[in-house]
Write a protein that binds this ligand. Structure first.
Ligand code: KG4
Ligand code: ZN
Length: 335
């Protein structure tokens, strides 16, 4: 079974072709960071236009690279939300066109569900139950998966997503856009204990997250150092900020596993590319007797292979999406 995957929920145009659910035949991504850099964040209209320009050539490349033709496709999987509505619409229009022209069934995919399915491409489909920690530019969420395709949200962020906090602090430190990878790199040579920062909601007793107090503390530190005429030690501040975020993620993820009694935790989303988060969660998870699955770096950030992988599984169980489906910027995980 050959499934085409299309992902355009934010600022990556991504096309993948996956065979039998797990074998990645092509996984192509057209990045557009350079278009958004000077604005310090993703501009929705710019993203949508860039998807329009990138999508068809990328689709052609994927077919060429695999030696496949439109007629070989057995299914078309596309992200329908959550994400930027104008960006989602571009991928959905392409997916619907291919489905209509070829007769291959269409399946609409939830971007957040696809993020933890990225693990399936690396490790095969693990048996539920498990807890998924989904941390991206738009979401920070702990989800209990008691059975395949079922989700119980255990906690989520009350304000910014973790990736958003990385991006904002990186911007404050002049590290550029997108901030996550730059901040990760700067933190490598810093001392995580150098600047004392709050661990927001670590002891709140629930599994929700909040980033605003931490962001404010970083801003105050920068202002105080400047007022005192001292230079900011970027690596130290980056490492301290990163450690504060990671501490909370680790504590809450282990607590989520304890409360639900699962033996396995799956990580997904762009922030899982963070060196320290991967390291710490794997270390703490193993020490707590948990199996922690982490996607390879290239499958943490947005890609269409994860969409095609999940799409194949949903198509195989007989699910179909009508050609009249609309994009849903706030699409919730199916319960
Ligand atoms: O999942 P993703 O590619 O797109 C969304 O669905 O939002 O996540 C993008 C987010 C951005 O905020 C980016 O700064 C962050 O993931 N990110 C990182 C790292 N690589 C990407 N954050 C921290 N450390 C990284 N190495
Ligand atoms: Zn994402």
């Amino acid at each position: 079974m050959i499934t085409l995957g299309i992902e355009t929920s934010c600022d990556e145009t991504a096309i993948a072709i996956v065979e039998d659910g797990f074998t990645v035949r092509a996984n192509l991504i057209a990045r557009q960071e350079h278009l958004h850099e000077r604005f310090g964040g993703v501009v929705p209209e710019v993203a949508a236009r860039a998807h329009v320009e990138a999508l068809n050539p990328l689709l052609g490349q994927a077919l060429e690279a695999t030696g496949l033709d439109f007629g070989d496709l057995d299914g078309v999987a596309v992200t329908v939300g959550p994400g930027l509505v104008g960006a989602l619409l571009v991928g959905m229009a392409a997916a619907k066109s291919v489905a209509l022209a070829t007769g291959a069934p269409l399946i609409g995919i939830n971007h957040l569900e696809a993020h933890y399915w990225a693990n399936f491409l690396e490790y095969g489909a693990p048996d539920p139950p498990y807890v998924a920690l989904i941390v991206s530019g738009g979401h920070t969420m702990l989800v209990h998966v008691p059975a395949m395709f079922r989700h119980e949200i255990l906690g989520q962020t009350l304000d910014d997503a973790a990736g958003e906090a990385f991006d904002k602090v990186a911007r404050l430190l002049g590290l550029g856009f997108p901030g996550g990878p730059a901040l990760d790199a700067a933190a490598q040579t810093g001392d995580p204990q150098a600047v004392r920062l709050p661990r927001a909601m670590e002891d709140s007793g629930d599994l929700d997250f909040s980033m605003s107090g931490l962001k404010t503390a970083v801003l105050r530190h920068v202002q105080a150092e400047r007022a005192a005429g001292r230079a900011i030690d970027i690596p130290d501040l980056a490492a301290s900020f990163q450690e504060a975020i990671v501490d909370v993620q680790v504590t809450k993820t282990l607590e989520a596993a304890r409360r639900t009694g699962v033996a396995r935790v799956l990580l997904g989303g762009g922030v899982v590319a963070n060196t320290r988060l991967r390291e710490r969660l794997q270390g703490a998870g193993t020490a707590a007797g948990l199996e922690v699955l982490v996607p390879p770096l290239a499958l943490c950030t947005d890609n269409a292979a994860m969409v095609a992988c999940l799409g194949t599984a949903r198509l195989e169980r007989g699910e179909r999406t009508g050609l009249d489906i609309a994009a849903d910027p706030n699409l919730p995980l199916a319960t």
